[in-house]
Design a protein around this ligand. Structure first.
Ligand code: GDP
Length: 229
């Protein structure tokens, strides 16, 4: 499966939104573009810890509540329309899906957690495979934890952040669907998310803001992920 080059284009008015409102220093947009312009293929699904594929290289895992826009973001980052399936479809729900991006980076799609799930249900569901994966995967460079910019942070999100802290995995908060909110609402949401990140030991301080629909923030996020390779 060969992807076409991402179509959200070059720098423009939609460009990077990170919490300080400026590009993090040294961000190499071209490196991110080149990395994510490579072929990306689904190659493995794991339902238990003993089924994990042998490490192939640096991994980035994507997590978030169902409907947060995770599939859309993975598809938009890689410039593919149907790489990660949309949520709500059966199958692939309680498993880790592995994608190979040009033999340079492995993208891991984690199962979405329930919209209305209580913190204790998330803890229960993530106790086994998810936690074991997060804690024991030496090549896991970062978890991208998606938050819907239109919706308040839920108990289930807090539970996952606590779990990521316990697993001692660096994770980055990434706002989704920012095309749906006003600039003022986005600024407030970025402040809120940055405060949240500061309160968590394993959270990366920069919060990214993205829209898979408009392409806003995608080239910045690609560049940030390319730095981890
Ligand atoms: P997932 O369950 O986290 O994989 O979420 P999906 O990627 O399937 O998206 C859930 C819904 O949100 C779908 O109806 C998408 O079209 C919509 N969506 C995803 N990303 C965006 C975005 O950036 N902007 C807007 N407006 N809608 C989005």
């Amino acid at each position: 499966m060969v992807n076409s080059a991402p179509t959200d284009g070059g720098p423009g008015p939609q460009a990077p939104a990170c919490v300080q409102g400026a590009e993090p220093p040294g961000l190499d947009i071209e490196a991110g573009r080149l990395l994510f312009a490579q072929a990306c293929t689904f190659f493995y699904a794991a339902q238990s810890i003993d089924q994990l594929p042998a490490p192939l290289g640096p991994e980035i895992a994507f997590a978030g509540r169902s409907n947060v826009g995770k599939s859309s973001l993975v598809n938009a980052l890689t410039g593919q329309k149907a790489l990660a399936r949309a949520s709500g479809q059966p199958g692939r729900t309680k498993q880790l899906n592995f994608f190979n991006l040009g033999d340079r980076l492995i993208l891991v799609d984690m199962p979405g957690y329930g919209y209305a799930q209580a913190a204790k249900e998330v803890k229960r569901d993530w106790q086994g495979l998810m936690f074991d994966y997060l804690r024991g995967r030496p090549d896991l460079r970062r978890v991208i934890l998606l938050l819907d910019s239109r919706i308040e942070v839920k108990a289930s999100d807090h539970a996952v952040m606590d779990l990521l802290d316990r697993a001692a995995v660096t994770y980055q908060l990434v706002l989704t669907k920012i095309d749906k909110i006003t600039p003022a609402a986005l600024a407030a949401k970025l402040r809120e998310a940055a405060t949240l990140a500061r309160a968590h030991a394993a959270a990366y301080p920069d919060v990214a803001a993205t829209s898979s629909d408009s392409g806003a923030g995608l080239e910045d996020l690609r560049a940030q992920l390319a730095q981890l390779v």
